[in-house]
Design a protein around this ligand. Structure first.
Ligand code: FES
Ligand code: FES
Length: 211
């Protein structure tokens, strides 16, 4: 009788599991939740299987190449670049338009890719940090300025700052330090060595003028 009740309740605990089986199960559950944290699957990717969340094949112009990619209608450009096109130089910090780590150029204008829906930039020219170097492989002048001045500590925010600076310098090639600081003010650095970063970007501006 007791056995019957256990069966009906649906809460039965299997008693024939070995300790090894239990440990394996715990590890597997931990791995699933860690992966979902690391790859931010909780919202965007989980919705791929939700009713009505269909992917569609579009073409993007990224770093001068035509790239065919399946995107969901709610998918951000940062997600597409990093997890579908393998362009992980674009970083994800806040993922909500606050830190600038995800900055890319869209038609030469710096934009937060975490806050740009991929399907809205189909007809635009997208440039990421991977596409800045010249065809000969030489770093972009702003990248060279950063290398020469060693402007960043951990470097996580560097791609975003560099993309923001490149976009700003196209509109103002000879800025004062204060103007350049204002130009990249949409970017944050957790290591907070803004003075060194600005020195490096000013050096990059100088190299850009000479290029
Ligand atoms: S990750 Fe896009 S602004 Fe922070
Ligand atoms: S150098 Fe570390 S976050 Fe900017």
């Amino acid at each position: 009788m007791a056995k019957e009740e256990e069966k009906d309740s649906g809460n039965s605990t299997p008693t024939n599991l070995s300790r090894r089986d239990v440990i394996k199960g715990v590890i597997a559950a931990g791995a699933v939740s860690s992966a979902s944290y690391l790859f931010r699957t909780s919202t965007t990717w989980a919705e791929a299987s939700a009713p009505g969340a269909v992917e569609r094949l579009i073409t993007l112009n990224v770093n001068g190449q035509q790239r065919r990619v399946d995107v969901m209608k709610q998918e951000t450009l940062a997600m597409t670049l990093r997890y579908k096109l393998g362009l992980t130089g674009t970083k994800l910090g806040c993922d909500r338009a606050e830190c600038g780590a995800c900055t890319v150029l869209i038609d030469d204008v710096p934009r937060y890719s975490c806050s740009t829906l991929t399907h809205t930039v189909r007809d635009k020219k997208i440039v990421t940090i991977e596409g800045l170097a010249g065809a000969d492989g030489k770093p972009h002048p702003v990248q060279q300025g950063v290398l020469d001045e060693q402007g960043f500590q951990c470097g996580f925010c560097a791609p975003g700052f560099i993309m923001a600076a490149v976009g700003f310098l196209r509109t103002n090639p000879n800025p004062t330090r204060a103007q350049l600081a204002h130009g990249v003010s949409g970017n944050l650095c957790v290591c907070r060595d803004y003075d060194k970063i600005l020195t490096a970007l000013m050096r990059g501006a100088e190299y850009m003028r000479k290029a």
